[in-house]
Design a protein. Structure first.
Length: 357
């Protein structure tokens, strides 16, 4: 078994073209080229604009990642690429590039799940993931709680958002406040000058009701409540206290996320919580998770901020774990799946009918 595989990871599911090289659990290079600036004026990511930017950035990013890692492409043990979930046309650029490299170099190709990669990236910082671990995955497109028995083969969904993702809620509420896209980091910054107790917002699905799992989330009620409140203030000719709204909204989101994650650990008797995805970069989410895990005796693992948002290192990290565990490579028929579920950690080769000559 190769314990220290040299793996190139390619990420292109949204607006970041990420390419990175890892050896085992060591990150050798991590190149991220973002098309974020091109989306700001639209208030969200435009798939066609993102795909074109991936096309332009991909080859230079691969070149740079390999150069900065001090390795040659022919030395790679595997190439890993995000095969979903994500924007269909954006995913295709990364998968196309990965296939071209794999064919040319004769290197095994692993199509991996973006969500599981957000969890796996933590091995680069804190070593092997304890088994089992509960993962709270919070990004712009997803808010999920999962039980991870083995990050290469056994990840099961415990609950997820029924409507908006936590990052989406941050982004939409920031827009209501007149803050630019992406709103999460803007709210984080504005909240530093606000009072988190100045306003109270609904905590979606705080009490178990029928019709949803105990670990599901909902953020659309929060967004509507903020929209209504802001509109009423403006209609009455009053100022909107941006810092206070930011701080109290951030508190509400951090409260729901961390309380439900800690509850899942308690209920299932799991002593480890991993938090990943772009929203894991949020300062209040990090602080409250730390505080609540310490009280509950749970070991918390959160990667550094730069590894929480989308990057190639997370893809390479999951690829490296798959190689280390001897999992089968995907084949060149590998496709993309914009809504790949968290339980499908990597794309296993499909059995194909042989055609007799
Ligand atoms: O994981 P990610 O980079 O991309 C997706 O896979 O979606 O997450 C992006 C999301 C955006 O909604 C962004 O606003 C949010 O993560 N985000 C934050 C912070 N940094 C990024 N949300 C709150 N506070 C932050 N500091
Ligand atoms: Zn992501």
């Amino acid at each position: 078994m190769n314990e220290q595989p040299l793996v190139l990871g390619i990420e292109s599911s949204c607006d970041e073209t990420g390419v990175a090289v890892v050896r085992g659990h060591d990150l050798l290079s991590n190149v991220v080229s973002s098309s974020l600036d091109e989306h700001v004026r639209y208030g969200g990511v435009v798939p066609e604009v993102a795909s074109r930017a991936h096309l332009e950035a991909m080859v230079p990013a691969v070149d740079r990642a390999v150069r900065e890692a001090g390795v040659a492409l022919r030395d790679l043990d595997a190439i890993a690429v995000t095969a979903g979930p994500g924007l269909a046309s954006a995913l295709m650029v990364g998968v196309g590039a990965a296939k071209a490299l794999a064919v040319t170099l004769g290197t095994p190709l692993y199509g991996v799940n973006h969500l599981d990669a957000h969890i796996a990236v933590d091995v680069l910082e804190h070593g092997p993931l304890p088994e089992p671990t509960i993962a709270l995955l919070v990004s712009g497109g997803h808010t999920s709680l999962a039980l991870v028995r083995d990050i290469t083969s056994d990840v099961s969904l415990l609950g997820e958002t029924l409507d908006d993702a936590a990052g989406e809620a941050f982004d939409k509420i920031a827009r209501l406040l007149g803050l630019p896209y992406p709103g999460g980091p803007m709210i984080d910054r504005a909240a530093a000058d606000g009072d988190p107790t100045s306003l109270t917002w609904p905590r979606g699905l705080a009490h178990a009701r029928g019709g949803h799992r105990p670990y599901d989330f909902s953020f659309s009620g929060l967004k509507s409540a903020v929209a209504r409140w802001v509109r009423e203030r403006r209609d009455a000719g009053l100022d909107v206290p941006v810092a206070d709204v930011a701080a109290s909204v951030q508190e509400a989101i951090a409260d729901v996320l961390t309380s439900r994650a800690v509850q899942a650990c308690r209920d299932l008797g799991v002593a480890h919580l991993q938090v990943g995805g772009g929203v894991a970069a949020n300062s209040r989410v990090r602080a409250l998770a730390e505080q609540r895990c310490a009280t509950a005796g749970i070991e918390l693992r959160v990667p550094r901020r730069g590894l929480c948002t989308d990057n190639g290192a997370m893809v390479a990290a999951l690829g490296s774990e798959l190689v280390r565990k001897g999992r089968p490579a995907s084949d060149l028929w590998l496709g993309t799946d914009p809504s790949r579920p968290i339980g499908e950690v990597h794309v296993v080769p499909a059995p194909r009918e042989t055609v007799d000559a």
